[in-house]
Design a protein around this ligand. Structure first.
Ligand code: SF4
Length: 157
């Protein structure tokens, strides 16, 4: 079986290196807000594993521009980006709110992929419909968090 590295795949698909921008959608998660627990996962930082993301107080466009500036300072030739909603559970909000922030990100001219980190129990049908709709504009990736592949570890956690 031939393994294709993600960077090679992106280069083939978009003709150049594609860089990831960490975005903060200003959400929380069921392991933190009391729906399932308040303590969070043991490996998760206080920032919801989104410590490199720009602050959620900025608009999505402002976050994209700020994150771009940071990357361009190191790699001046980069022009194409993945808008990566990284911090917390990024489909844990109303569909109207998700539509607003994801549409703003995907329509940014320098964004070629919308990537969303979330958990499987936070993907109701209406959110999946929204993602399917957005996927008609540009590719949408969904990253599902996995606590552990080992059943005893998962039970312990
Ligand atoms: S890893 Fe995900 S589910 Fe766990 S506390 Fe952090 S944001 Fe919540």
């Amino acid at each position: 079986m031939r393994h294709i590295m993600i960077n090679d795949y992106l280069k083939n698909e978009f003709g150049e290196k594609v860089y990831r921008l960490s975005i903060n959608g200003g959400m929380t998660c069921p392991n933190r807000d009391g729906k399932l627990d308040t303590r969070g996962c043991i490996f998760c930082s206080a920032g919801g594993s989104g410590d490199f993301a720009t602050p959620a107080t900025l608009s999505i466009t402002e976050q994209i521009e700020t994150a771009k500036e940071r990357i361009v300072a190191k790699a001046p030739k980069c022009r194409k980006f993945i808008a990566y909603f990284q911090a917390y559970t990024n489909t844990y909000g109303s569909v109207d709110y998700l539509r607003k922030i994801f549409t703003e990100a995907i329509n940014h001219p320098d964004v070629v992929i919308l990537s969303i980190a979330t958990r499987p129990d936070c993907l109701p049908a209406e959110v999946l419909n929204l993602l399917e709709e957005l996927n008609q504009i540009k590719p949408v990736w969904v990253e599902l968090g996995l606590q552990s592949i080992h059943e005893p570890s998962a039970k312990w956690m």
